[in-house]
Design a protein around this ligand. Structure first.
Ligand code: 5GP
Length: 198
């Protein structure tokens, strides 16, 4: 069976990275789509693991070559999902996890309506502010832009297929795991398998 695409969106600072790590610890046969970005690496981020850190020129070149499944600008930097690796993973039967923001999610939804969209929300707005400020990796101005952007993103949450609230990392990861399992039980997934046995 071909793998499926799961889009995970959530405002900056909501804890997506930690939740995704926990998800991979629980369910190893997933493929994490490593995005390309023009932003510089944060401490601890590795090229090719967290992102492909590339120049603006290289990014524009990939856009021209149609190498991205989707791409978008986020608070002054460009981000994009390399199409080839996602498709190869799905052909191997692995589910692909895309950690992308709302504009990218809309693009993927238009191109591939069967992609499942999951929105991760913080338990409260104050909590999000705390987490974003406490991270200490961005300037006060960048934090403000990210908070403003987060407020805009909330408006899109209702269009997603699922909303997961990050009360605890364990619960959130478990809910995503449950969503992935349930999506594999849909008739469109199960019927072809059953038909083969007739
Ligand atoms: P950060 O700079 O905090 O790593 O990411 C900023 C935002 O960009 C996050 O919301 C993240 O989900 C999103 N993002 C990361 N990679 C991609 C991508 O390939 N495409 C799009 N559209 N958004 C991305």
């Amino acid at each position: 069976m071909k793998g499926r695409t799961f889009i995970i969106t959530g405002p900056s600072g909501v804890g997506k990275g930690t939740i995704i790590q926990e998800l991979f610890a629980r369910q190893p046969h997933l493929y994490f789509s490593v995005s390309a970005t023009t932003r510089g690496p944060r401490p601890g981020e590795e090229n090719g693991v967290h992102y492909h850190f590339i120049s603006r020129e290289q990014f524009d070149q990939w856009v021209r070559e149609d190498a991205f499944l989707e791409h978008a600008e986020y608070v002054g930097n460009c981000y994009g999902t390399p199409k080839k690796f996602v498709d190869e993973a799905m052909d191997r039967g692995e589910d692909a996890i895309l950690d992308i923001e709302v504009q990218g999610a809309q693009q993927v939804h238009q191109k591939r309506p069967d992609a499942v969209r999951i929105f991760i929300a913080p338990p409260s707005w104050t909590e999000l502010e705390h987490r974003l400020t406490g991270r200490g990796t961005e300037s006060a101005e960048k934090v403000r832009s990210r908070l403003a952007r987060a407020k805009e993103e909330f408006r899109f949450a209702a269009d997603y297929d699922y909303i997961v609230i990050n009360n605890t990392v364990e619960e959130a990861a478990e809910e995503i795991r449950a969503i992935i399992r349930a999506e594999h039980c849909r008739p469109a997934q199960r019927m072809p398998q059953l038909m083969e046995t007739l």
